[in-house]
Design a protein around this ligand. Sequence first.
Ligand SMILES: *Cc1c(COP(=O)(O)O)cnc(C)c1O
Length: 416
Amino acid sequence: MITKQNVLELDNNDPIGFARDRFYIPPGKVYLDGNSLGLMSHDTHARVAEVTNRQWGKDAITSWNKHNWIGLPQRVGEKIAPLVGAAPGQVICCDSISVNLFKTLAASLTLVQTEQPQKNQVLSTPDNFPTDLYMVQGLQQLLGQQRCELVLEKEQQLADAVTDTTAVVLVTEVNFRTGRRLDVETLIAKAHAAGAMVIVDLAHSAGVLPVDLDAWQADFAVGCTYKYLNGGPGAPAFIYAAERHHAKLQQPLVGWMGHANPFEFTPNYSPAPGISQFLGGTPPVLSMSAVDAALDAFKDVNLGQLRFKSMQLSELFHDLVVQFELTSELTLIAPEDRNQRGSQLSYESEHAYGICQALIERDVVADFRSPNYLRVGFAPLYNSFHDVYLAVQALADVIESKAHLSERWQQRNAVT
Ligand SMILES: *Cc1c(COP(=O)(O)O)cnc(C)c1O
């Protein structure tokens, strides 16, 4: 039997509990949606004010030099690098995951096909995040099936599905619906043994799991900054490209910011050396400054501590769901073993949408994913064990009172 006292003790003994004070916690709310949009830190709020009031407001265009706006993509990339196990010079902040997937897919296909022209397949999973699959489909249309053919295989069979014709494996480490975490390191080893490259999508990993791109020998990776990195709505994403590929790299979205000398304004493209060649257009200075400041919330917190707390939070949540006898309404579809999960739990229920809305009405913010999943995300930087306790109490109240069956939840909002 888990008591409220036990839960409060967990908070008292939490070695990274201090980090919660770095954030604006929406008053009176339990926020379990950091896997969709991370909360705003005090530093981020102050930085956006500084950038608008002083930098843009007073220094205007001189800020490109004076406040080094021009160096933001590299600077923010270097701040993300230690969170994903990358040595310097391999991570840059730019664009969205979608656009970065297009660039890394095209770059990796070209690299592989230069040596092995018979390889044309991009191997991924049917339940990958849709944008990942759409990007391959778009490239397939552009390049033709001889150069790019999407092949889908169930996620647990992915490593065994690599064949002679596999050029690239596109894998998301943590499934956005189920929360299952894949063994990416083993997958990379198998892909490399067959002469294929691997692009890892870290959308649900960066900032919450220890990621070791260099040690895994990943080829490319992408990730976003608005989930566990708390960069703000629509904040720019990042790209990792292993240094061993830099010299031969070719990506198709060549823009002036990725040119060796953008301010020479020459008509012919010549790529900047290293990771900077992934840049296209002008960086979004306001949002990228927000990401820069948001990353300071990781100061004095290590990824091992974050991972451990994240596993404790999800385990506590599910143990309480069992204790409150809610499992007849909610079926856990995330793996039972906490080591095989990312930092979220997903439950299947016929009434998942109504449950989610009734929870939000009780100031507990979770989200819903089609067709019938309730997702609860745990952001160990700012979620407390008490948050989890309050959330499961509210969930029990919803189900006991049948609030989730209300007519009002028949119509779905545009964003679920
Ligand atoms: C959130 C998410 C994305 C989002 O892509 P954007 O282009 O940045 O909107 C991509 N992939 C995965 C796995 C995600 O979870």
